[in-house]
Design a protein around this ligand. Structure first.
Ligand SMILES: [Zn+2]
Length: 483
């Protein structure tokens, strides 16, 4: 099922003035708040151009698995999952179809009974010792498909190019025209478009790097989109820090070029690398929550604010749980890391409402409870296995990297790899610096620095310098560095 979207277009400037839709399109936009940063980034050679996130993502991709706690951690970081999965009603509109999957091992005895072993991530070690690589898909019944995900009722919405959403009214639309300085009706034109999973994913990727994702998707320019990104001026605001600092600190050694006042690279152990990698698992909405409104990406800020505003309308957001899922999105169960410096929580284990499934999730028997070949009870409490630990008995905890004495080097642009002096020398060569110019400085990283790192990772290509080499300036002065 594709969703119909009506666009009002400014023919002269070739831009989307506004869009009109029912709740289903807005549901998709809101779901973006629950999607982890890492799962938006394309794999391999493609680039999202989102700060230094591509480099971080690539570092995970290229890191030898022997440094990771388990094989499953790679999947967890490269294709992080969203808590929204539980609310996906129509797989056709899911921007990441992978997200609806879970995994089990091949042994039938591990999934019979009322507590089947299952994992959200491929290759998690089952308590029986086998890697869980058999896909489990939760097939939903038709009845469940027709409901909205977050919004209820029949309200229609108007959406601006930078994803501000509101209930439709003549006054609202007129003020949107006014804001864009449009007085002449004859330059306006109507256009209908269909939105499916591909279009949704395109809008999602564009909204992170552009303030005009609808125009970018539906009125592509001949000169290409990359330029549009560099023209966007993201406005960094102030980071507001809840002074309930956890008090946890990590120590990191910086190698700094004195003459250039710039971090060349950092030396750190597994806990700091875990912190950086954890950014990939953060749902987009949690960045707005952590960094404060107005300090994140404009479209993202707008979506977040829309949910807050619509919450004040009675009968708009389905439930308090939905509202919390959008405004305080959690990490998927087991995808948090020990020693996290930032206040972000893991969601609890998910339950599957078997009354909504059309066949047994585990043996595939149709009709489910009526089928005499299916031994699974109607009500299942899934036993999720923690993919970060090889010892399946421990339900929580664990980091992404093995706890070892390995030292990693992290470049200013967040390339992470095991320390190599030869690589260090080549960094000096790249900046044409003598060895004598390099100074060592040890810094302490707490919640405040972790927030700054998160923000810089999204906006900048010189993350460590922005955070540690600024001459005592506010975080709001983090400069956008575009190459
Ligand atoms: Zn098993």
């Amino acid at each position: 099922m594709a969703i119909k979207l009506k666009l009002l277009i400014d023919k002269e400037k070739n831009r989307v003035v506004l869009a009109e839709s029912d709740k289903y399109f807005v549901d998709i936009l809101f779901s973006f708040l629950t999607i982890p940063i890492g799962s938006v980034l394309p794999l391999s050679s493609q680039k999202s151009n989102l700060g230094s996130m591509d480099a971080l993502h690539e570092s995970v991709e290229n890191l030898d698995s022997e440094f990771l706690q388990t094989e499953a951690v790679k999947d967890m970081l490269l294709r992080p999952r969203s808590t929204w999965e539980a609310r996906i009603k129509d797989p056709a509109l899911n921007v990441h179809t992978d997200l609806t999957k879970c995994y089990r091992c091949v042994k039938t005895s591990c999934v019979t009974g009322s507590h089947p072993f299952i994992s959200t991530f491929r290759n998690t070690r089952c308590p029986c010792g086998i890697a869980m690589d058999k896909e489990v898909v939760f097939k939903k019944s038709k009845r469940a498909v027709n409901e909205g995900a977050f919004l209820k009722g029949t309200m229609r919405f108007v959406i601006s190019d930078d994803l501000w959403v509101g209930p439709i009214s003549t006054k609202t639309c007129l003020s949107m025209l006014d804001k864009l300085g449009i007085r002449d009706r004859t330059i306006l034109e109507e256009k209908s478009v269909d939105v499916g999973a591909d279009e949704a994913l395109h809008i999602l990727r564009r909204m992170l790097v552009s303030n005009t994702p609808l125009t970018d998707k539906f009125l592509p320019k001949t000169e290409g989109l990359e330029d549009a990104f560099y023209a966007v001026k993201l406005i960094p605001g102030e980071i507001t820090i809840d002074k309930k600092d956890t008090g946890k600190k990590m120590s990191v050694t910086l190698l700094i070029s004195e003459s250039k006042n710039k971090v060349l690279y950092a030396e750190a152990t597994n806990d700091f690398v875990d912190l950086l990698f954890s950014f990939l698992t953060f749902p987009l909405g949690s960045m707005v929550k952590l960094l404060g409104p107005g300090s994140s990406i404009r479209c993202l800020d707008n979506l977040y604010k829309n949910v807050e505003d619509l919450s004040s309308h009675d009968d708009c957001i389905i439930s308090e749980e939905c509202r919390a899922m959008l405004l305080d999105p959690k990490l998927v169960l087991h995808s948090g890391c020990e020693n996290q410096l930032l206040p972000i929580m893991e969601a609890g284990p998910k339950t599957i409402d078997t009354s909504e499934t059309i066949c047994c999730t585990f043996c595939g028997a149709d009709g489910y409870s009526h089928n005499r070949y299916c031994s699974h009870p109607r009500s299942l409490v899934l036993h999720f296995i923690n993919p970060k630990l090889s010892d399946a008995a421990s339900e929580c905890g664990g980091g992404f990297l093995k706890r070892s004495k390995t030292t990693f080097m992290i470049t200013d642009g967040l390339d992470v790899k095991p320390l190599s002096f030869i690589s260090a020398i080549s960094i000096l060569a790249r900046f044409d610096l003598p060895i004598s110019d390099v100074q060592e400085r040890v810094v302490s990283v707490g919640e405040e620095e972790a927030l700054s790192l998160l923000k810089a990772a999204v906006f900048s290509r010189t993350v460590l310098s922005d955070v540690f080499c600024q001459k005592k300036v506010n975080q709001s002065d983090i400069k956008l560095e575009r190459e």
